[in-house]
Design a protein around this ligand. Structure first.
Ligand code: ARG
Ligand code: ZN
Ligand code: CA
Length: 311
C-alpha cells in the first residue's frame, strides 16, 4: 500500500481522522497492519482461521435515565446477532441475490459475554454506570471513568462495547486495530443496540454492532474510503464490487454505479449504510481480511486462557 492511510467517512472515519492526528503512531500501526494483512492475503486469497474462536465481550451500559439502562435480555439479543452474522448463520442470508450467494462467508468468529473479569473475578460481562451526561459525542468521553464514562477492560483481551446515548443521530462508531488502547472498542447508541427494548426501527436488528465490529476487525466501508462519492477508492477487498458511495434505507437490486452492472452495488453488505433489514452478508474477501486481522493485530483476543475454542 502507498504510504499508509486512507480517509474514511462516517462517525468511525471522523474519529479515525482525528485520532491519527493526535496519535501519529496509530497511522504508522495501521500502515504496518495493512502490509501484514496484504502479505498473508498474497499467500492465500481465501485466508481463514483454522478453527472457530470466541471473542470475550464486555458491554458497558452508560445511562443517564432508565430507558438507557438497557436490560440483560436486550444485551443478549445483540450477542445472538453478532454470532449469527459473523458465522453466516443469520436467517436473512437467504435474501442474498443468487449471483453473490457463493461469496457469503463464515468468519469463524463468535462472541460471548465474559464470565471472568479483568482481575479473575466472576462477572456477567456487563458493567452499568450512571452518568450526568445526557448525550455523548464521538470524543471518547464515554470511555473514560474520569469524565463520567467508564474506562475499558484490558483491550488486548476483551472486545469493549459501550452502549450510551450518542448525539447527532450517530448510530455508532468503532476504533480500527492499532489505535490507542485506552479507547479501543466500539460505541453503539442504545436505540440501535440489540433487537428489543430500546432498539428502534429501522436499526433494531443489531446490525450497527455487526458493522462497527467489522471496522474493529479492520474492514472498511464497502464503498471505499475517499471523501465523498468516488469510483477511484477501494475497500481493499477484491470480491466486493467497486461502488460510488453509500446506499441508504432499502435499495432494490440491482443498484448500479461505477460501471459495476449488471449486478451493481453489493448494498446488502454489512459495511454499507442501508437499514438493518437490508444488510445480511460479509464476503469471502472480507472474511479473509478479518481472519488476517485476528491472527495479526487482534491475536491477543484469542490467545488468552479465558478464550474457549469451540468443539
Ligand atoms: N454509519 C454508521 C457508522 O459507520 C453505522 C451504520 C450502520 N448501519 C446500520 N444499518 N445499522 O458509523
Ligand atoms: Zn462505518
Ligand atoms: Ca472492493
Amino acid at each position: 500500500m502507498a504510504d499508509g492511510i486512507k480517509v474514511r467517512n462516517c462517525a468511525t472515519m471522523e474519529v479515525f481522522n482525528r485520532q491519527v492526528e493526535a496519535f501519529p503512531e496509530y497511522r504508522r500501526a495501521q500502515a504496518s497492519i495493512e502490509n501484514h494483512i496484504n502479505s498473508l492475503l498474497d499467500q492465500s486469497r481465501s485466508f481463514r482461521l483454522s478453527e472457530p474462536v470466541k471473542i470475550q465481550v464486555v458491554v458497558h451500559v452508560v445511562y443517564h435515565d432508565e430507558t438507557q439502562n438497557i436490560s440483560e435480555e436486550q444485551i443478549n439479543s445483540q450477542i445472538v446477532v453478532l454470532n449469527e452474522d459473523f458465522r453466516a448463520m443469520n436467517p436473512d442470508r437467504s435474501k442474498v441475490p443468487e449471483v453473490w450467494s457463493g461469496l457469503v462467508a463464515d468468519s469463524l468468529i463468535g462472541f460471548e459475554l465474559a464470565k471472568v473479569g479483568p482481575n479473575g473475578e466472576p462477572t456477567n460481562g456487563i458493567t452499568r454506570t450512571e452518568t450526568m451526561v445526557e448525550s455523548f459525542g464521538t470524543d471518547d468521553q464515554v470511555k473514560d471513568s474520569a469524565r463520567d464514562g467508564i474506562s475499558p477492560w484490558a483491550t488486548d483481551r476483551y472486545l469493549n462495547i459501550w452502549v450510551c446515548s450518542l448525539g447527532n443521530s450517530i448510530l455508532g462508531y468503532a476504533q480500527f486495530p492499532g489505535g490507542p488502547v485506552e479507547t479501543d472498542g466500539v460505541v453503539i447508541d442504545y436505540r440501535a443496540f440489540g433487537t428489543m427494548g430500546s432498539a428502534q426501527t429501522p436499526f433494531n436488528l443489531g446490525r450497527t454492532a455487526t458493522h462497527e465490529v467489522g471496522h474493529y476487525l479492520n474492514l472498511s466501508h464497502i464503498f471505499g474510503e475517499g471523501r465523498g462519492s468516488s469510483c477511484s477508492d477501494s475497500d481493499y477487498v477484491k470480491d466486493t464490487p467497486n461502488q460510488l458511495g453509500p446506499n441508504y434505507q432499502k435499495p432494490s437490486f440491482p443498484s448500479i454505479s461505477c460501471d459495476n452492472g449488471p449486478h451493481g452495488d453489493m448494498f446488502m453488505n454489512y459495511m454499507d449504510y442501508v437499514d438493518d433489514d437490508s444488510m445480511y452478508m460479509f464476503t469471502e474477501g472480507q472474511v479473509a481480511r478479518i481472519s488476517a486481522t485476528m491472527l495479526g493485530p487482534r491475536a491477543s483476543l484469542i490467545q488468552n486462557e479465558r478464550t474457549e475454542i469451540y468443539e
